[in-house]
Design a protein around this ligand. Structure first.
Ligand code: AMP
Length: 592
């Protein structure tokens, strides 16, 4: 990855040099990061408990400090949320909570963070364009149509703000007062990005993207689902959008004064443009709509690794196969690293964890032989520089914000090394059964939802014999499909359509808060559907699995399916389909 471009700006060369330096000295940097974290947090209640002498070396740390999950830290985190300002996990004051899309007991996990972490995130962001510029030069000659959104925030009982990490970033002075950078000019005005009403924000961002269509060089959103939602938005709102463009007047539904003021400067009547967009959008055929409207697009900037891989075919369809660049790998707990070859095909994407971001350890992941994590005999975790190519690991982080040996829940496979820093393919997140957008539903959550809903069937002498689920992304937004095989004891008095619809609603009501937020506030997940299948369907499913080599003794009905022949088998046996008639309840407030 030599900086061989003669036109590489000085600051890009510096960034590339930094990446080389960090990855060449991965192990040394890791040792230093750990010593720094342990040194400054030595007097915290947490480290005093496990590492009272204040040792800062790896061996002592590994032998004394337990590997933990969110649930283990919940008492400490709750105290911080309730206003205890003493140094519990971290010696620096907690500036806010970042709300993860991972949940615990149905609510978003709360990750305490400190203000300097923002600089570390900013540093990682600043490395993305220097790397991209090696592969796609000239991005300073145009703009990025990037759909960015903020979400609601709440305040904890102790007065700290709790919000998603990207909301925290866009609302920060780092973002709002960022210096002009020709490589990172967005078509979206900050007023639109910072508008918390998702309709007004999306509408304005799309409108600006259309107005500046020739300047757009890349089109993106954080996740693939977000970009598809934007395309869907264009499909449903192009008439109003082209009306605004042709008349130069803003849709009256846009009531945010800051947006109105900004758009008054940007929006002028342009009938040619309105006609062009009308012509493209009124056609039945939306294939290649992205390059048709934004003809200078060089690539899509979207994450399509992990669960987002389900959207690759649809993105290919709308973009005519433009490259899909997955640039970084990050979480609320810690920003991990970046993709040094952003033009790689999604299936081959690997992320290089930057050793300066935190201290990283790895639990060898062998599904057949799980590592038991016992507090009295800590397992031997592998260090960043010591992971082996081809093996899978679960990621564990120790952060400047005070998480010590925290299990993130991601399974990664080592694909190679850049200098002495390993590169990882994202394999999956543990315990995620269903996911459409930011929502992640695990097996026990689905089980609970099915139990709650099937209680409604008792009055009809009916029970759910078997069930499975499917994340249906053929529609935008996608939605959960739950296949039910029912035992109806008295067919003359079986459950009515209304009852089955009510079952859909109860299932949605049982889902975690991220699911309900996606449904209610973001509209990024559609109404849940129950498909009732014929009696004997699940037996056929078993026969099919056995014919493909499954063991009869150990066979269990899968709780989620994605393999096309199986989905087709189920769909061919559907007796009736039912949709949730109303969105579930959701407010930004946490249910406690
Ligand atoms: P959150 O805590 O809501 O910020 O979500 C962080 C999680 O999103 C990570 O732990 C991963 O499971 C997932 N994630 C983040 N970046 C990527 C990526 N580039 N590819 C796949 N999954 C990702």
């Amino acid at each position: 990855m030599a900086a061989h471009h003669s036109s590489v700006p000085e600051k890009f060369a510096k960034a590339l040099g930094f990446i080389e330096d960090m990855t060449t000295n991965a192990d040394k940097v890791q040792e230093k990061v750990l010593a720094e974290i342990l040194g400054r947090n030595a007097d915290t209640e947490y480290l005093q408990r496990f590492n009272p002498g204040g040792a800062t070396d790896r061996e002592t740390f590994k032998s004394r400090v337990p590997v933990v999950t969110y649930e283990d830290l919940q008492p400490e985190i709750q105290r911080i949320a309730n206003g205890d300002r003493s140094p519990i996990l971290c010696s620096h004051p907690i500036s806010e909570f970042l709300t993860s899309s991972g949940t615990s007991a149905g609510e978003r996990k709360l990750m305490p963070t400190i203000s300097e972490e923002m600089d570390r995130r900013q540093l990682l962001y600043s490395l993305l364009m220097p790397v991209m510029n090696l592969y796609v030069p000239g991005l300073d000659k145009g703009k990025a149509l990037y759909f960015l959104f903020i979400k609601g925030e709440t305040t904890t009982p102790g007065g700290l703000v709790a919000r998603p990490v990207l909301t925290s970033y866009y609302k920060s002075t780092h973002f709002k007062t960022r210096p002009y950078d020709p490589y990172n000019v967005y078509t979206s005005p900050d007023e639109a990005i910072l508008c918390s009403d998702s309709f007004q924000s999306m509408y304005t961002q799309m409108l600006c993207g259309l107005l500046m269509r020739h300047e757009v060089l890349r089109v993106g959103a954080v996740f693939a689902s977000g970009l598809l939602r934007a395309i869907r938005f264009l499909q449903t709102h192009w008439r109003q959008l082209t009306h605004d463009i042709s008349t130069g007047s803003l849709n009256p539904r846009i009531t945010d004064p800051a947006i109105q003021e900004r758009m008054a400067k940007i929006l002028h009547p342009n009938t040619d443009l309105a006609e062009f967009i009308t012509k493209e959008c009124e056609s039945e055929n939306w294939e290649r709509i992205i390059p048709r409207i934004w003809p200078n697009t060089k690539y899509l900037d979207v994450i399509v690794t992990g669960t987002m891989a389900q959207y690759i075919p649809l993105l290919d369809f709308y973009s005519g196969g433009l490259p899909q660049a997955c640039t970084m790998y990050a979480s609320s707990e810690c920003y991990f690293g970046l993709n040094l070859k952003p033009m790689t095909k999604p299936a081959e994407v690997s992320y290089t964890i930057m050793p300066n971001m935190g201290y990283f350890e790895f639990i060898p992941h062998e599904p057949a032989n799980p590592v038991e994590l016992r507090r009295d005999s800590p397992p031997q975790l592998v260090d960043l520089a010591d992971v082996e190519v081809g093996k899978e690991y679960e990621l564990v982080v120790t952060t400047y914000s005070g998480l010590c040996r925290y299990r993130v829940g991601d399974i990664l496979r080592v694909t190679g090394f850049h200098n002495s820093a390993p590169q990882f393919k994202f394999i999956r997140r543990k315990n995620v059964l269903l996911s459409i957008d930011a929502d992640k539903t695990d097996e026990s959550e689905l089980q609970k939802a099915v139990e709650n809903a099937s209680a409604l069937l008792r009055d009809f002498n009916t029970s759910v014999v078997e069930y499975t689920s499917y994340a249906d992304t053929n529609t935008i937004p996608g939605h959960y499909v739950i296949y039910w095989e029912l035992l109806v004891k008295d067919p003359a008095n079986g459950p009515t359509r209304e009852v089955l619809e009510e079952c859909c609603r109860v299932m949605e009501e049982s889902m975690n808060s991220v699911y309900r937020q996606c449904r209610v506030a973001d509209n990024s997940v559609g109404p849940l559907e129950i498909r009732v299948v014929k009696n004997g369907t699940f037996e056929e499913l078993m026969d099919y699995a056995i014919s493909r080599g499954a063991s009869i003794n150990q066979y269990k009905a899968p709780r989620c399916v994605s393999f096309t022949p199986i989905v087709e088998l189920l769909d061919a046996r559907v007796l009736s389909a039912h949709f949730s008639p109303a969105p579930p309840h959701w407010t930004p407030e946490r249910r406690v």
